[in-house]
Ligand binder design. Structure first.
Ligand SMILES: [Fe+2]
Length: 135
């Protein structure tokens, strides 16, 4: 059972309002997910949150990718590849649930949030920095 709270923290602030607001929302969704399946057992509510998460994260990544294209960001391919990998993880999870899986990896919420933290601290920080200097 994962016990640590999943929340957006100040160290994750990249300084771009739209991106920061999206990230806050993403962490809140992951925290909701944590609460709906504390034992890794899939509930109806958990499946709904995972669908929300998939939709939200795709919109968010698209927003960042549009920012990157706008400034002809050199790191675009590498950054987008990370986004794509995350989206495929979430899609794989969705299809497991659609096929009737009753349980998911116990700490899926924790794994996703750790990935997101690392991504924000490295890739999104660098992106926000470039957005500041090129605007
Ligand atoms: Fe990103």
């Amino acid at each position: 059972m994962s016990t640590a709270a999943i929340c957006w923290t100040e160290d994750l602030r990249v300084g771009n309002h739209a991106i920061d607001e999206d990230h806050r929302h993403l962490f809140a969704l992951l925290d909701n997910l944590r609460h709906t399946m504390p034992t890794g057992l899939v509930t109806q509510q958990a499946a709904v949150i995972i669908d929300d998460l998939a939709e939200y994260v795709e919109n968010h990544f698209r927003r960042e990718e549009e920012f990157m294209l706008r400034i002809a960001y050199a790191e675009y391919p590498r950054h987008k590849a990370e986004h794509d990998r995350f989206v495929s993880e979430v899609h794989a999870l969705q299809s497991r649930l659609a096929r009737g899986a009753q349980t998911v990896t116990l700490s899926i919420d924790q794994m996703l949030s750790e990935w997101l933290r690392r991504h924000v601290l490295v890739m999104d920080m660098a992106l926000a920095e470039s957005l500041k200097t090129s605007s």
